[in-house]
Design a protein around this ligand. Structure first.
Ligand SMILES: [Fe+2]
Length: 188
């Protein structure tokens, strides 16, 4: 990230720009819009991100649409910090790497059993570098996402809902996974 040393982050301008991109067709224009904001340096301000934490990646709310149509969240990932397999609450969204590199492993949900367990097929794995965007669009909304490097990475995420909770998944027996609802909070 080119850290901006002058000026201040304009969260409202970021919010307006993303609103214009998603108002009509949700995700089609979102990826190029995030890439353009990144190129223009809009995400380069340190105040958009919470400090790295030792116990997990940190999240800071950048912008919440007044009608909760989307939120914009800045995240800081310490070396080796990953989010476990999770969903996106059935919402569309996108994430851009602002600094460092991130690894994504996508999963496709293929089955549920009477006990409420889930079965997934592991799909592609990719490394994204600064300026690269990946899109989340249900039913393709399950992934493991994190920082595989030895440096801090920063990302900006847009979710098409309030996104204050999601489901995470942990391995169970015989290739099945169990879900857990997780409340998502923000770091100061
Ligand atoms: Fe995610």
């Amino acid at each position: 990230m080119t850290v901006r040393t002058s000026g201040r982050a304009d969260a409202a301008s970021i919010g307006r720009t993303i609103y214009r991109a998603v108002a009509d067709d949700r995700v089609t224009a979102l990826a190029p819009t995030l890439a353009k904001l990144h190129e223009a340096g809009a995400f380069g301000f340190p105040e958009l991100y919470a400090s790295a934490r030792a116990d997990r990646y940190s999240r800071r709310l950048i912008w919440r649409d007044p009608e909760y149509r989307f939120v914009v969240v800045g995240m800081t990932w310490g070396p080796g910090q990953f989010a476990p397999l999770h969903d996106h609450a059935g919402s569309w969204g996108a994430e851009i790497v602002v600094e460092g590199s991130m690894k994504q492993t996508a999963f496709r949900l293929v089955d549920r059993d009477p006990e409420g367990r889930f079965r997934f097929i592991r799909e592609g794995e990719e490394i994204a570098h600064a300026g690269e965007v990946s899109v989340v669009l249900p039913p393709l909304e399950y992934h493991i996402f994190g920082n595989p490097t030895s440096e801090v990475s920063r990302t900006v995420h847009v979710y098409g809902c309030a996104f204050d909770r999601c489901q995470t998944f942990t391995h169970d027996a015989d290739g099945w996974w169990r879900s857990q609802t997780v409340e998502l909070s923000y770091d100061a």
